[in-house]
Design a protein around this ligand. Structure first.
Ligand code: FAD
Length: 441
């Protein structure tokens, strides 16, 4: 293939995409604006820098994150392989030495004769086939250029969202269903009642927790919108009890009394498989959210489908702006990584890989790649590109996105194992029907 593909952004998605295209014999010009133009969140000049935590999440095969890793391995991900080589002990998770990882990816890209690495900011949409993987902090000029292609109303710039938890992971013996003032519980609101001691301990942990420091560029826009829960907490010990955690109008059925404070959970979707923590937009780091918010009664084992965020996050309204392969219809532009609205390090790697598969398929006149929606990546792409998805918000992989099993086991662990087994079988079958996908690799 003589055509050169331009990849914009040498982050997780762009680096994976460039390496996968090169493996298939496609020449790549990979543009990375750092260090000439530093990003507000990155610290160095290396490719594939992890901007926050060094965890790539669970490796357990019966979790969505573990399944995604299996899928990436099956599809021959370069960055996942490098991550494993740079891993540090982290129990059931894959965590990496971030500097080693970034250095190894940079060296791997530099050593590839088919990849030309250009250290420049891209300010317009490149000519010819291109994959834009400029991330959540995409430079302003390029983001404006993308807005012209997809339509300005299909772009988001800021993200201030509370964490979302998996309904199945809630402890229903503690959490009760009730709207304020005894209205009949429709299941739209759940309440996590706190005793005085639990509230005091929670406030202590919240105030002491590690935060992602908001940069100047973010504060101006963020603070006029809404306050992070930990900032509200800082204004006084009872501030949350009289604010988002007010127990007014609630009666705990276990005690028959009004709790000292209560965290409300609001259903995220009609099927009530996910709930968000009302008023919990936050700047705590992701591991700290997991530690501190699991202190809330009923959330001791909570699975976070999405962590709370308050940062600049440039992403397009994928269900309306992109086709099922993340391409902008009628153009030679394809997006990958967090700019598509998928969220998470491994999700970014996965979408970079998928962008490469689709671009290579397109260049050689093959069918687009449609991974089975039963898989972690296939389900995420299906969700992100389904025009029926309304109020599109960034999302991690999770089992709530896959179609239900025909005959689901009652036991949760068995159900997850069955979902993972179905996904593995479906991907194997799909790859057997598409020998071209792994052939060039
Ligand atoms: C503050 C913050 C914290 C996060 N923490 C986590 C976390 O702990 N765990 C997790 O799983 N996910 C986290 N994420 C979410 C997400 O997974 C990461 O942002 C991930 O790095 C996204 O990968 P990407 O390849 O899409 O973008 P990036 O890895 O950001 O890569 C994009 C690259 O494009 C470059 N670029 C931008 N504009 C241009 C241009 N015009 N020309 C050339 N180059 C350009 C940038 O310099 C950057 O190197 C976080 C995101 C943010 C913003």
């Amino acid at each position: 293939m003589e055509q050169v593909v331009t990849v914009v952004g040498g982050g997780l998605a762009g680096s994976e995409c460039a390496l996968q295209l090169a493996r298939r014999g496609v020449r790549v010009r990979l543009f990375e604006q750092r260090p000439t133009r530093p990003s507000p969140a990155h610290h160095g000049a290396g490719l594939a820098e992890l901007v926050c935590s060094n965890s790539l999440k669970s490796t357990k095969p019966d979790t969505a994150a573990g399944l995604l890793k299996w899928e990436l391995e099956r599809l021959g991900s370069e960055l996942l392989r490098i991550a494993r080589e740079c891993s540090v002990p982290a129990g059931g998770a894959l965590a990496v030495d971030r500097e080693l990882f970034s250095r190894a990816v940079t060296e791997r890209v530099a050593a590839d004769p088919l990849i030309e690495l250009v250290r420049e900011e891209v300010t317009t949409i490149p000519e010819g086939p291109c994959v834009i993987a400029a991330g959540p902090l995409c430079s302003d000029a390029l983001f404006s250029a993308i807005a012209e292609v997809v339509g300005g109303e299909r772009m988001s710039f800021f993200d201030a969202a509370a964490p979302i938890v998996d309904a199945e992971s809630l402890d229903r013996s503690l959490v009760f269903e009730q709207s304020r003032y005894g209205e009949e519980g429709s299941g739209d609101y759940l309440n996590c009642p706190m005793t005085r001691e639990e509230y005091d301990a929670f406030m202590g942990a919240l105030l002491g927790a590690e935060r992602v420091i908001a940069r100047d560029f973010e504060q101006a826009d963020l603070f006029c919108a809404c306050q992070p829960v930990e900032e509200v907490a800082r204004t006084g010990h009872d501030s949350l009890r009289f604010g988002a955690l007010k127990p007014v109008g609630l009666t705990d059925p276990r005690t028959g009394r009004r709790p000292w404070a209560a965290v409300q959970l609001r259903a995220e979707n009609a099927s009530r498989t996910a709930y968000n923590l009302v008023g919990f937009q936050t700047n705590l780091t992701w591991p700290e959210q997991r530690r501190v918010f699991r202190m809330i009664p009923g959330l001791g084992e909570a699975e976070f489908l999405r962590y709370g965020v308050m940062h600049r996050n440039s992403f397009v309204d994928a269900p309306r702006a992109l086709d099922a392969t993340f391409a902008v219809p009628g153009t030679s532009v394809r997006l990958a990584g967090q700019i598509t609205g998928t969220e998470g390090y491994v999700e970014a790697i996965a979408s970079g890989l998928l962008a490469a598969l689709n671009t290579a398929a397109e260049l050689s006149g093959k069918e687009p790649v449609r991974l089975p929606a039963t898989g972690a990546l296939g389900a995420l792409v299906a969700y992100a590109t389904d025009p029926a998805t309304s109020d599109y918000q960034p999302m991690h992989v999770n089992f709530g996105l896959v179609p239900p099993l025909a005959d689901p086991p009652r036991n949760k662990a068995a159900r997850r194992e069955a979902l993972a087994a179905r996904a593995r079988a479906d991907l194997d079958a799909y790859l057997a029907s598409r020998p071209d996908l792994l052939a060039g690799a």
